[in-house]
Design a protein around this ligand. Structure first.
Ligand code: XIL
Length: 322
């Protein structure tokens, strides 16, 4: 249904999940786009400063190729999932730049031509940061200074000017102080990047929706409109639902969740349609939320038996309607 509208629906997958035949069949049935859930993060790719290990990625890429699925890349720079050797190696600015550039060159080359679309920088804004610009105090900020974001986008663009480059972050939809502050800080950053002609093409709204929190309403929809006005496309990159603090059970809960998701999707699409939407996982049988919440029932489009569930329906009626 998404394809008929010229859109792409995708899901994050772990290569080990391909061992499950029923899961692989469900993927083929439901998905047009794969994103490796962890296989392209630094800690997976870089066992040591000199080595690269692309084995997990290649497993996913072979599956994608055999089944004519597209892939997107996640992620070139993030403050989590880095190998322990990395920070001690970032001794000074010059060395840090060299390490970062070499990483991007190798990863883009190895994943080309399969991956043409990358989460370049992930979660660089933190409203709780002591800095005025709201930049999270990450290893890269400490090593390279606040221009590291432009630098990473430039590196990726220089390595392959044909890539689509995405800034990705969470909590941008929230209707509380955190959400308001984050939108404001991110908008300042995006405007600055655009003024400096930094090659950035899309904003990824992770959309790990915490359904007990209010949504951002007008402030959120205006934010998206302004972002689009800068020539930046909007993606939904990691949608899933945290229902752990939603009261009620069964039908009541899933009706609440469906309304919540549909309201969210209507807000995001008020200023234009979303062409690329991914969920962070496909079936409730395995979700990263389980680690945090214990129970992730109803978080993903398929239930634990790989049957279409309430979120699947919400995507059809909420995403594909607009
Ligand atoms: C998560 C994975 O799903 C987990 O398996 C892993 O242990 C930690 O990372 N935002 C992101 C993703 O951008 O990379 C995160 O993925 C989930 C939150």
């Amino acid at each position: 249904m998404a394809r008929k509208k010229g859109r792409l629906y995708g899901a994050a997958v772990k290569s080990s999940q391909l061992n499950d035949h029923r899961f692989a069949e469900a993927l083929k049935r439901e998905v047009a786009l794969l994103v490796p859930e962890g296989e392209l993060k630094w800690d997976a790719l870089r066992p040591s400063p000199a080595e690269f290990d692309f084995s997990g990625y290649h497993r996913l890429a072979q599956f994608a190729q055999a089944n004519s699925l597209a892939m997107r890349g996640h992620v070139l720079v993030w403050h989590h999932a880095n190998p322990s050797w990395l920070v001690p190696e970032l001794k000074n600015k010059k060395t840090a730049e060299k390490i970062l550039r070499a990483h991007i060159e190798r990863v883009v080359a190895e994943t080309s031509p399969m991956i043409r679309n990358w989460d370049v920088v992930n979660e660089a804004i933190d409203p709780r940061s002591p800095r005025k610009d709201g930049l999270r105090e990450t290893l890269w900020l400490k090593a390279l200074g606040p221009n590291y974001i432009s630098q990473v986008f430039h590196y990726a663009h220089q390595v392959d000017p044909g890539l689509t480059l995405v800034y990705n972050d969470f909590g941008l939809e929230r209707g509380d102080g955190y959400g308001y502050a984050k939108r404001k800080l991110l908008l300042n950053l995006l405007k600055k990047l655009k003024t400096k002609n930094v090659p950035i093409h899309a904003l990824g709204l992770q959309s790990h929706l915490r359904c007990h929190l209010p949504l951002g309403g007008r402030d959120f929809t205006e934010f998206l409109k302004t972002v689009r006005g800068l020539g930046i496309e909007i993606y939904i990159t990691e949608l899933d639902l945290d229902l752990s603090r939603v009261p009620g059970e069964g039908y009541e809960r899933s009706t609440f969740a469906q309304n919540y998701v549909q309201t969210y999707l209507a807000m995001v699409q008020e200023s234009g349609s979303v062409n690329t939407l991914l969920t962070w996982g496909l079936s409730d049988r395995r979700s990263w939320l389980e680690d945090a919440l214990g129970d992730a029932q109803g978080s993903l489009p398929l239930d634990t038996n790989y049957q279409r569930g309430p979120l699947w329906e919400s995507l059809r009626s909420g995403w594909l309607r607009a």
